[in-house]
Structures are given as C-alpha cells and as structure tokens.
Design a protein around this ligand. Structure first.
Ligand SMILES: O=C(CO)[C@H](O)[C@H](O)COP(=O)(O)O
Ligand SMILES: [Co+2]
Length: 216
C-alpha cells in the first residue's frame, strides 16, 4: 500500500517542516488539494505552493485539482513540478482532452470521481489514465466521515481494471483512518490519501504505521 498524506491538514505556517516529517516517517507521496472556491466552497493552494515544495522534498507530488476550469491550470502545475495531476470528471465537458493535455506535459494523468458520479462515466478515459481516485467524502474539506458505500465502487473499479487488463492505480481520498482503511484495501485500493488522520496525530509516523498495521 502507498500512503499519500494530504497537506490540507498540515500546519501551513510550517509547511516544509511538516512535509519533511512525513517524508522521514515513510510517506510514499504527497497529496496537494487545490481548491478554487468555485468547484468546491473552499480555497487553498496554487502552483506557487507546489513550486515552493518541489525543492524541499523528494516525494512525488500529486495535485488534486478541485477547480472549475482544470484545463486552465494543467500547464502551470506541470511546470511547478507536479508528478501527477488529478482531474475531476465533474469539472469539465472535455475530460479526454484535459487528460491528453496532462500527458502531453509529461505528467502522470489521473481522473477523480465524486461519490455521486458513476464509474460508467469513466469508461472511455480508463485506457488513458495512470490513476483513478475514488472520492470517499464529498470534496471540499478535510476531516469528514468516510462514506462506506464507496467501498463497493472501489471493488467494482478493481474488477473492471482486471477485466479490461488495464494498469492504473486505484486511490481513495477522504476519511481514511485505522478504522476505515482495511475495507478500502480489501476492495483493491493501492494508494490511500490521509490528511487529518496523519497530520492530526501527535506522531505522524505512528499514524502511518497504524494504517499499514490495520490492513495486515
Ligand atoms: O480532497 C480532499 C477533500 O476534498 C482531501 O484530500 C481529503 O479530505 C483528505 O482529508 P481527510 O483525510 O482529513 O479526510
Ligand atoms: Co484530495
């Protein structure tokens, strides 16, 4: 399993310090929640934050774009140093094209679906992507409760990947803690985003270890 701490729950006044902490404690990648106050009702980071983080960590940076016009931001985040750009299916009428744009920039391409969006809406783009992110909360805020019905969606996505002989990583985001992680793992998740559970703990290493322990 891979763990991707979400810096949404880090201490923004000491962002580099918190990133260093999770890197030393064995995080596999960093999850950057980009919100524009329009696609979701919260406002967070722009490309300058990704650019500032790039030299302070060797962890891969994945950018979760919760913005209304994802196409407008792909180039800036790619140039800022994003390793993966995750685009919401609900944010664009031109999903295939935006993902092509990400790939052309030499960045791993991922697609994201909200809890209410069916897997069928991804049918045509699955062969294109390196990663599929299943939201296990409604996007916008950290610290929300894991939506248990999404476990079945992950399971169906896992079966679909096998049936179509595809190779994308399956990721979950929202409400992941030592109580919820196992169900998602058993359904076939490869990458677990965890924000409040990791950064809200006294010891980020213990928190990540408890996630790894819980799936054993
Ligand atoms: O995309 C997100 C919210 O839209 C965050 O990545 C997610 O909520 C992580 O936070 P937590 O682990 O606290 O639920
Ligand atoms: Co996220």
């Amino acid at each position: 399993m891979k763990i991707a701490p979400s810096i949404l729950s880090a201490d923004f006044a000491h962002l580099a310090r918190d990133v260093e902490k999770v890197e030393k404690a064995g995080a596999d990648l960093l999850h950057v929640d980009v919100m524009d106050g329009h696609f979701v009702s919260n406002l967070t980071f722009g490309p300058l934050v990704v650019q500032a983080l790039r030299p302070v960590t060797s962890l891969p940076l994945e950018v979760h774009l919760m913005v209304s016009d994802p196409a407008a931001w792909v180039a800036d985040f790619a140039e800022a140093g994003a390793d993966t750009i995750l685009v919401h299916e609900e944010a664009t009428d031109h999903l295939y094209g935006v993902l092509q744009h990400v790939i052309e920039k030499g960045v791993r391409a991922g697609v994201v679906i909200n809890p209410g969006t069916p897997l069928s809406s991804l049918e045509e783009v699955l062969p294109l992507v390196d990663q599929v992110l299943v939201m296990t909360v409604n996007p916008g805020f950290g610290g929300q409760k894991f939506l248990t019905p999404m476990v079945d969606k992950v399971d169906r996505l896992y079966q679909l990947r096998k049936a179509r002989k595809l190779h994308f990583d399956i990721e979950v985001d929202g409400g992941i803690n030592n109580q919820t992680v196992k169900a998602a793992a058993d359904a076939g998740t490869d990458i677990f985003v965890a924000g409040s559970y990791v950064f809200g703990s006294k010891n980020v290493g213990d928190a990540m270890n408890s996630l790894r322990e819980a799936v054993k």
